[in-house]
Design a protein around this ligand. Structure first.
Ligand code: DP6
Length: 359
């Protein structure tokens, strides 16, 4: 796959101005991306459900840059956030070959999340995806060249990946694969591809209730976390297992075999944490409440016969996954038996969604 296809062949004026606004959702990986090489190339393929309720909305205004003004300003909920600038600077520099107009303009980035910033839910995937969509729209406004929906989403996913790897899976809806895998047509390391609709309908309406066991800063940033896979004693086995788990999961996504889905998804979550438990330095990212939730989920599954399972990101919050036809009973269980393990009893009900939206 060639990155040159994302370098524009058209020219851009330097005296335009305008404003665009996009919303992008978060996503939850079923097979985890953990380990990368420059420039944001994953060391194994991953697949995620695109979520719906957890979103970032980003308005991007641009006007000609003059020498006196800053290159860009970032606001979260109306408040200027200089702390976000290093990450955006790095992102802009990385994508400037693909968005050469970036240098000529001053950018005002106004962003807000549908979930509390302190909730421990990473906003980088939804944030970078929304910003990438906004930039692709600006590219079209400035050049006058119209992209079709696929071209637009493909370029946005490619750009978003350079901001945060998992962000490339937050553009399209449903199930998105990122990283080369023999069994997924068109899969590649540069952008996410939506799995076509041949998967079982039960997965189109899956729920994800996010248990906010620990709200606040992550113990280990994803950049540091991915770095721990270099020289990790189990790295090669982990990458191989992720590829094998993705193969098995693809079959499950077609067949709708929920017991097998649960087996693979929970194994992936625990593999991710096993990598952090065995890296140097090592990290224990689960909290006592996390473990209590995981155990209670397994007991509930046995006693109820419902198909509730868990997955984890690189933190203490547990994502609880279940099919729509069991949602009423499962939610009762979550509310009555699990919510007290969360900080202030907080959890967020989300489900599979359809990807980015213009606002
Ligand atoms: C554990 O995409 O946040 O959520 O590329 O460094 O920005 P960077 O990392 P990031 O890593 C996400 C890792 C994960 C698993 C996953 O979403 O696949």
């Amino acid at each position: 796959m060639d990155t040159n296809q994302f370098v524009p062949s058209h020219t851009f004026p330097s005296n335009g101005s305008g404003q665009v606004c996009w919303e992008a959702p978060s996503n939850i990986a079923l097979v985890k991306y953990w380990g990368k090489r420059e420039p944001q190339i994953p060391l194994n393929p991953s697949v995620s459900f695109t979520l719906d309720t957890c979103r970032t909305k980003t308005s991007l205004s641009y006007s000609p840059r003059n020498n006196a003004s800053a290159w860009f300003e970032v606001y979260l909920d109306g408040e200027r956030k200089p702390g976000f600038e290093p990450k955006i600077t790095k992102f802009f520099e990385r994508i400037s070959a693909y968005c050469p107009f970036l240098w000529d303009y001053h950018w005002r980035i106004e962003t807000s999340n549908s979930f509390p910033h302190s909730s421990g839910i990473a906003s980088s995937a939804s944030g970078m995806a929304a910003l990438a969509m906004a930039l692709v729209e600006v590219e079209q406004q400035l050049s006058g060249v119209k992209f079709d929906e696929i071209q637009m989403k493909t370029k946005a996913s490619f750009l978003a990946r350079l901001g945060s790897g998992s962000a490339c899976r937050s553009i399209d809806g449903g199930l998105v694969v990122w990283g080369v895998h023999d069994e997924v047509d068109g899969s590649n390391d540069l952008f996410g591809v939506r799995l076509n609709d041949s998967f079982a309908p039960i997965f189109k309406t899956y729920h994800d209730t996010i248990m906010l066991v620990h709200q606040g800063q992550k113990v280990v940033s994803s950049t540091v976390g991915h770095g721990l896979m270099h020289g990790h004693p189990y790295a090669e086995q982990r990458f191989e297992r992720a590829r094998a788990n993705l193969s098995s999961l693809l079959a499950v996504l077609r067949s709708g075999d929920l017991d097998e889905f649960i087996r693979i998804v929970e194994a992936e979550a625990l593999d991710l944490h096993a990598m952090m438990l065995t890296s140097d330095p090592n990290f224990i990212l689960m909290k006592p409440g996390t473990l209590q939730i995981l155990e209670a989920v397994r007991e509930y599954r046995k006693s109820s016969g419902n198909h509730l399972c868990f997955t984890l990101d690189a933190g203490a919050n547990a994502h609880l996954l279940y099919p729509d036809n069991e949602a009423i009973e499962v939610l009762e269980f979550i509310k009555n038996k699990l919510a007290h393990y969360c900080e202030n009893g907080a959890y967020i009900c989300d489900q599979v969604g359809s990807g980015v939206k213009k606002c």
